[in-house]
Design a protein around this ligand. Structure first.
Ligand code: FE
Ligand code: CA
Length: 531
């Protein structure tokens, strides 16, 4: 790059840095002006041990910036993370090269003790459509270097975009070979669809983390820190930006809105959920406005990448109606014969909640992107699990919310949105299936297709469930529950390519990856093709 261009970038960065600082400090809440902040007393950043144990991350890129994340923690098990009770000043550097010779922004931000000394730096003022490197400094310590990028500006030419889709990564049930493979193959973006942590333990662990079911903010914080102590997971966060949504295990198995899994867990559940949401925010490269006052988490949002991708990230857990007709004494997920459940088709029952449904409708109507991916957590396909004449469904997935499911399909159809594809997780299996307005009617039009990613490490589903998917030869192109792994996507103007990358086992420290299926969707043509 020419020197005058670098100088121009520098001077623009200086202006934007002030904006970054002003937005990054909760100035209103602290009652500080920028000048007062400069002189505010912060704990002198002196650490005996590396405070960057959890690495760095980036997320939610836009044409001029992205979110950069880190958390200061020098001791996983210490209540204060081994960095003390005060806010800490953290320096950041953003450069064009991994050696930081061409620095484009530097500045200071603040790791706030109330948010477990996490940093969510909302960078602005970068150039569209290029790669950047970043790192943090606290005291004498420097973080690892992360690589990230800005989205192309509208109309800017764009290379095909490679996305790694992940879900369900129980630390105790296996190693993160999927992320290792993403790092080796190269992905531009990682989309995580939920079950980033699990709140409990497992019977026959491959490796152990702390014991017990998470209840308090301290419990959830420790669980996230433990997960992020996995070096492969840390590397994956440093390698490219992520976008995320949650599912149930970030809080409690099968919870629905403010309803806990079990009646016995109900007292105090709203506070428990708020603690879990806060810990999630503290450990993810989420924009600062994601953590809401009053215990909510703003996860649903639209992310565009140039003209190529509109990624509509949904929250299927926080606003949903309770699962219909659970088997007592459970409150959460059950297999339900539809003919036994009077409320099954109740139109008032919602998966997204009214506000998010309306928002999604707007996003679909407005999107000008070539591809529109609905990134969400649970299986959308409607497949009868009973081989006989009765209909059997898992009531925690979209199947248990049939009216809401139909509303979504109709919204996609009515919006005329280009090339809609639903991404899902939760079931710990690969599924590729077309979605018709009337699932079992071959004359009913295909509105969208669904690609469900298997689990990174969490155990397999019952084979009879996968057998049911494979019986649906009208819509299902591939279903496989016997591999852990991830979904690799490549989007171009012409087509979406999907590879199901799997491992026979994740119970050993190394494993060989296999491509289990290759699928594609041609732009402007509905329906999956298996190659
Ligand atoms: Fe899971
Ligand atoms: Ca539970």
């Amino acid at each position: 790059m020419r020197r005058d261009a670098i100088t121009a970038l520098h001077s623009r960065a200086m202006i934007d840095r002030r904006v970054v600082l002003a937005s990054a400090l909760y100035l209103g809440g602290l009652g500080l002006t920028p000048a007062a902040f400069a002189s505010a007393r912060l704990r002198p950043a002196v650490f005996r041990r590396d405070p960057f144990l959890l690495g760095v991350a980036s997320g939610y890129p836009h044409p001029n910036g992205m979110v950069l994340w880190t958390r200061l923690i020098a001791d996983l098990l210490a209540p204060d993370g081994g960095v003390g009770p005060d806010d800490i000043e953290v320096g950041f550097e953003i450069a064009l090269d991994p050696g930081f010779r061409q620095t484009v922004q530097t500045g200071l931000t603040r790791a706030e003790a109330i948010f477990a000394h996490s940093v969510h730096l909302e960078v602005r003022g970068l150039e569209p459509g290029r790669s950047y490197y970043y790192r943090f400094r606290a005291g004498e310590h420097r973080s690892a270097v992360g690589r990230t990028w800005t989205c192309p500006a509208a109309g800017q030419p764009q290379l095909p975009l490679r996305i790694g889709v992940a879900s369900c990564q129980h630390y105790e049930q296996g190693y993160y070979h999927a992320y290792r493979h993403m790092l080796e193959t190269g992905v531009d973006l990682i989309a995580h669809l939920g079950d980033y942590i699990y709140e409990g333990n497992t019977a026959e662990p491959v490796r152990r983390h702390d014991r017990g079911e998470c209840q308090s903010l301290a419990d959830y914080r420790l669980r996230y820190a433990w997960y992020r102590s996995d070096p492969t997971l840390r590397e994956a966060h440093a390698a490219c930006p992520w976008v995320l949504t949650h599912d149930d295990h970030e809080v409690d198995n099968d919870y629905a809105s403010e309803q806990a899994e079990n009646p016995g867990e109900q007292p105090g559940f709203v506070a428990r959920r708020a603690a879990a949401y806060q810990a999630y925010y503290e450990h993810m490269p989420l924009p600062r406005d994601s953590l809401l006052a009053g215990g909510g988490l703003q996860l649903y949002r639209s992310q565009t990448v140039g003209d190529l991708l509109g990624l509509h990230i949904l929250d299927t857990r926080q606003y949903r109606s309770p699962q219909p007709c659970p088997t007592p004494p459970r409150q959460g997920g059950s297999r339900v014969f539809v003919d036994t459940c009077p409320t099954w088709n109740d139109a008032a029952r919602s998966m997204l909640g009214e506000t998010q449904e309306r928002w999604l409708q707007q996003q679909l109507g407005q999107s000008r992107a070539r591809w529109n991916l609905l990134a969400q957590s649970v299986v959308f396909s409607l497949v009868d699990e009973d081989p006989g004449p009765r209909q059997l469904h898992w009531n925690d997935s979209w199947a248990g919310y049939p009216a809401a499911r139909l509303r979504l399909l109709e919204a996609v159809r009515d919006s005329g949105v280009a090339n809609p594809v639903i991404l899902g997780g939760d079931i710990h299996a690969f599924i590729a299936a077309d979605q018709r307005l009337e699932a079992n009617d071959g004359n009913s039009p295909i509105i969208a297709s669904e690609l469900v990613t298997t689990s990174i490490s969490s155990g397999p589903p019952p084979q009879k469930v996968i057998d049911a998917y494979n019986r649906d030869t009208l819509n299902v192109h591939h279903a496989d529950g016997s591999h852990r792994g991830y979904l690799w996507l490549q989007l171009s103007q012409e087509r979406l390519e999907a590879r199901m990358i799997g491992f026979d086992s994740v119970r050993e420290p190394t494993a060989v990856a296999r491509t289990l299926a290759n699928l594609s969707i041609e732009a402007d043509r509905r329906g999956l093709q298996k190659l």
